[in-house]
Each structure stands twice: as structure tokens, then as C-alpha cells.
Design a protein around this ligand. Structure first.
Ligand SMILES: NC(=O)c1ccc[n+]([C@@H]2O[C@H](COP(=O)([O-])OP(=O)(O)OC[C@H]3O[C@@H](n4cnc5c(N)ncnc54)[C@H](OP(=O)(O)O)[C@@H]3O)[C@@H](O)[C@H]2O)c1
Length: 254
């Protein structure tokens, strides 16, 4: 917690909305991708949706980060680079890499809610690291939490990006279809990209040792675990030869 009322209130709101999100998503699938359905209001092009949804996490973070007194200190700078390594890619490169099914659109409501969350998340983490964290001094560079967090982040980043790459390759020869993915983390789970995302932000939370970082991991899990369970069921129902020993998102467990 900080002395800034708005910051604290938003932090509490994120933890509370994570609880609401997980409860909601256990019963309703967010209407995008394979669960896109009508009746949720206007839709927009998929690539535009990704840019609008994810870019606030990059841009708002940049704004609040560079307005802080610690912006040019080594540890905050490294954390900023980790964040932006993911979010510049996710906002401005990933949307143009995905192979969108011909005619596919995405629900504007999902994009609006995602965009709101990404803006708040960018503020909480950018502001905390650069304005409020007083433990992110040069000594933190050798702290096991920082080193372990960076290693976890790198592993999660690799798993997330490689899994998304495998999914893109599936669409290369079959533009409009879903197929069973194989290789790397798909050996163990249906959604290794989600697992990678959860590990990435667990690493960031550990490296920054912050409630803002923790709120992001909790919200990511609230969002992605129910979706992974739904996608796993969808794979099992869609493909009769779907690998029996594969779990949804956590190898051998879930
Ligand atoms: N931090 C967070 O809370 C959060 C939230 C959401 C997403 N993300 C991240 O954003 C990325 C994308 O998320 P997502 O929910 O769109 O993931 P996804 O359902 O795995 O889809 C990723 C891409 O691969 C395609 N695809 C998926 N399964 C396929 C299959 N079996 N055969 C052929 N193509 C397939 C999808 O096409 P369709 O779109 O046509 O299904 C989409 O273009 C992931 O890296 C995820 O971790 C993060």
C-alpha cells in the first residue's frame, strides 16, 4: 500500500474484480475466439481489438513510469524493460502475427473491459515501480527474489511465445480451422500459452516484490484458468482422438 488514495483504491478494486471475474468466467465463456457468440452487442475486427485492448498496458505504464523519480534507476529500468518486452509485442506486433479466421470478429464489450483493466494495471505497476517502491535499490539486483523472478519471467515468456507460435503454424495450411496442437508444453497441457503467461507475471511480481505485481498474477489467473478449463473441455468434445493424458493448464494437476 502507498499514501496515494487513488492507487490504493484501484489496487483493492483489482483484487475484488479478480474474485468477481473468476466466479463469472466459471459459468460464462468470454465471447471471443472459439467462444465467440452473438448477443453480446457490437463486434469489431480482431486485430484492431487486440491493439485497443492491450496497448493501454504499455502506454499508461510508460506515462506513469517516466513521471516517477526512480525512472532512471537500474532496477526500475530493468523491470520496465521486462514489462515492455511483453506489452510492446502483445499490443503492436502479436495482433499482426495471428492468423485470423476469415470473417472473424471480436466482441467490443470484451475489448472495452480488457482495455480498462490493462490501463489500470499499467498505472498500478508503472507508478509503483517508479514512484513508490523504496526497496528497488541497486542492492535488489542481487536479492534472490529479483534473480528468481527474472528467471521465472524469462521461462514464462519463452513458453508463452513458443506456444502461441505453434498455434499460428497450425493455421498456416488450414486458415479457417482448429487442429490439435502438439509439441513443447502441449505435451502436458491444452493451454501452455496461458501457463506461460501466468509464470511470466508470477516472475514479475516476485522480481518487483509488490502488491501491484501480485494483483496482476491474481487477475491473470482469475481470467485464464476458467478459460483454460473451458478450452480443454472444448478440445475433448471436438476431437475424439484428443490426447487423454493432457491437462488443461497445470501439468498433472488441473
Ligand atoms: N494476461 C491475461 O489475462 C490474458 C488474457 C487473455 C489472453 N492473454 C494472452 O493472449 C494470447 C492469446 O490469448 P487467446 O485467449 O486468444 O489464446 P488462444 O485461444 O490460445 O488463441 C491464440 C491464437 O491461436 C489460434 N488458435 C487457438 N487454438 C487453435 C487451434 N487449436 N488450432 C488453430 N488455431 C488456434 C486462435 O484463433 P481464434 O482466435 O480463431 O480462436 C488465436 O489466433 C495468449 O498468449 C494469452 O496468454 C492474456
Amino acid at each position: 500500500m502507498t499514501e496515494n488514495f487513488v492507487f490504493n483504491a484501484l489496487l483493492v478494486a483489482v483484487f475484488a474484480s479478480a474474485l468477481i471475474t473468476v466466479l463469472l468466467l466459471l459459468f460464462v465463456n468470454a465471447p471471443y475466439g472459439r467462444h465467440q457468440s452473438s448477443g453480446w452487442g457490437p463486434t469489431i475486427p480482431v486485430r484492431l481489438g487486440w491493439v485497443l485492448m492491450e496497448s493501454p498496458a504499455s502506454l499508461v505504464f510508460f506515462y506513469f513510469y517516466f513521471s516517477g523519480a526512480q525512472a532512471w534507476q537500474p532496477v526500475p529500468l530493468l523491470l520496465m524493460l521486462m514489462w515492455q518486452l511483453h506489452y510492446v509485442h502483445r499490443s503492436f506486433i502479436y495482433p499482426f502475427q495471428i492468423r485470423v479466421k476469415p470473417g472473424s470478429r471480436t466482441t467490443a464489450l470484451v475489448i472495452a473491459l480488457g482495455s480498462l483493466y490493462c490501463g489500470i494495471n499499467g498505472y498500478l505497476n508503472g507508478a509503483y515501480i517508479s514512484h513508490y517502491a523504496d526497496h528497488l535499490t541497486q542492492d535488489w539486483l542481487t536479492d534472490p527474489r529479483f534473480i528468481g523472478g527474472v528467471v521465472l519471467f524469462a521461462f514464462g515468456y519463452f513458453l508463452n511465445k513458443q506456444s502461441d507460435r505453434i498455434l499460428r503454424a497450425l493455421r498456416q495450411n488450414n486458415p479457417g480451422e482448429y487442429q490439435i496442437p502438439y509439441g513443447l508444453g502441449f505435451r502436458w497441457v491444452s493451454m501452455p500459452n496461458y501457463l506461460g503467461e501466468i509464470i511470466t507475471w508470477s516472475g514479475f511480481a516476485l522480481a518487483s516484490w509488490s502488491l501491484a505485481g501480485l494483483s496482476f498474477v491474481v487477475f491473470t489467473m482469475a481470467n485464464l484458468v476458467p478459460r483454460a478449463l473451458a478450452n480443454h473441455r472444448w478440445y475433448q468434445e471436438t476431437f475424439s482422438d484428443y490426447p487423454k493424458d493432457r491437462r488443461a493448464v497445470i501439468p498433472y494437476i488441473l
